[in-house]
Ligand binder design. Structure first.
Ligand SMILES: Cc1cc2nc3c(=O)[nH]c(=O)nc-3n(C[C@H](O)[C@H](O)[C@H](O)COP(=O)(O)O)c2cc1C
Length: 408
């Protein structure tokens, strides 16, 4: 099982099967993944956190109100870093608290902050498992998108025989690998641009735009999760570097063009999601401009066209990289995107209407249109979902244009 570049957050509940969670942690590590552990207070009575710390190579979150781990909001950091949450064993009690949306310990509070896929591995006595309250809680969690593995049937630790045994660790790890999705970009080199650029006027002022970088960062994270070697060329953004992504920070359009240029060798896919300034001030004043009595006129000159520059040199050549552009428009979105598609010789343009509710700069959710020479396709969802849908769409183009050498 391959977990490379993936971070699994394993949340351990206080059941007799907690010791089997050790094996789940070990399988993730063996598969090249990172495992992080959160435990309920009851779980720590069954297996010592030290065991999980040794297996994961990282501190274990056990006490939500611990000043040391919460100095940097440990539970939120865990939730943010995770590609998948696995709750094993999920006790009857934990199912109830998760279904009720409680946040009364490290596990439930972290689970509330999770946005990645979530997997439950329930384990309990058969009569507890058959209790309608437990069944209702499980149904509630399923309806909210939680996946479930097990439980199996057989002899239970308490002497009963029936359903309620924790799924075998290898089954849990297999379900986890399945939920983490394909590694269909393994061996590919992907370059993503993200964020705004800043074009200086003087040492304390610049021309820019409100891009946060969220869309490009989501594409970079998704491509890395799917196995690509990813370089993320980012203008100023407050977002942390996604896991396993090489982050190259730039400020201006010219620096962004230079950084992309330096990454062209062997590049399979360029996703140009940055909101690059089309113009920059003609003169950059070495000292802060002083306020005068009258108006000021700022003369602007064109900046280098990052995507257009790559396209004009490489597009149309055999084995050229696949090019994806983004078009933020306020009107005639599809028509403008199609112009961009042709002018910049892109394989796909992702168009979005900025200013529309639930779309554009900074919004967690977005609405976009995938524009190619075929019928446009509309899509709404989180930026992570749009990123994966974009990669799904571009993969056949990539495989046709740049077939993988054997072994890649
Ligand atoms: C020896 C022992 C074994 C237990 N095994 C389980 C179990 O397998 N499944 C379960 O749901 N509860 C089990 N419990 C009950 C839980 O430990 C109890 O409900 C606890 O509050 C769960 O806490 P947590 O869900 O916060 O981890 C067991 C209790 C004891 C004393």
């Amino acid at each position: 099982m391959d977990f490379s570049n993936r971070t699994v957050l394993l949340a351990v509940g206080g059941g007799i099967a907690a010791y089997k969670a050790c094996e789940v942690a070990r399988l993730v590590v063996k598969g090249g993944g990172t495992v992080r552990i959160a435990m309920t207070p009851a779980a720590t009575r069954f297996v010592g956190p030290l065991t999980f710390q040794a297996l994961s190579g990282a501190p274990v979150l056990t006490d939500l109100l611990d000043p040391a781990s919460e100095r940097s909001y440990g539970h939120l950091a865990l939730a943010r870093a995770a590609d998948l949450l696995v709750v094993a064993p999920a006790t009857a009690d934990l199912l109830g608290r998760l279904a009720a949306g409680l946040g009364d310990d490290a596990v439930t509070t972290t689970a509330l902050a999770i946005t990645c896929p979530r997997l439950l591995a329930p384990a309990m006595n058969t009569r507890m498992w058959e209790n309608p309250a437990v069944r209702e809680n499980l149904a509630t969690l399923r309806s909210r998108g939680w996946e479930v593995v097990g439980p199996g049937a057989g002899a239970l630790a308490d002497g009963d025989v029936g359903e309620g045994r924790l799924a075998e660790p290898v089954e849990i790890a297999q379900a986890a690998a399945r939920l983490l999705g394909p590694r269909d970009l393994a061996g590919r080199r992907v370059v993503v641009t993200a964020g705004p650029t800043r074009e200086p006027i003087d040492p304390v002022r610049f021309v820019s735009n409100p891009s946060t970088g969220a869309m490009g960062y989501a594409v970079a994270a998704a491509a890395a999760r799917r196995g690509a070697a990813v370089a993320l060329v980012s203008g100023p953004s407050a977002l942390p570097a996604p896991a396993s992504v090489r982050l190259i920070r730039v400020e201006t359009a010219e620096q962004m063009a230079g950084a992309v240029e330096a990454e062209l060798e062997g590049m399979d896919l360029l996703v140009a999601a940055a909101a690059v300034s089309d113009y920059r001030p003609a003169v950059v004043h070495p000292h802060k401009l002083k306020k005068g009595p009258g108006d000021e006129v700022l003369r602007l000159v064109r900046t280098p066209d990052v995507l257009g520059g790559v396209a004009s040199r490489l597009a149309g050549r055999p084995g050229a990289p696949v090019l994806v552009g983004f078009a933020a428009e306020t009107e005639e979105v599809v028509a403008h995107a199609r112009e961009k598609l042709r002018a910049k010789r892109c394989d796909l343009v992702v168009a979005n209407r900025v200013g529309a509710p639930g779309a554009g700069f900074g919004a967690g959710e977005t609405r976009v249109t995938f524009v190619t020479e075929a019928e446009p396709v509309e899509l709404a969802g989180s930026k992570a979902q749009v990123a994966d849908a974009l990669l799904d769409r571009i993969l056949p183009v990539l495989d046709a244009r740049r077939p993988r050498p054997a072994g890649r």
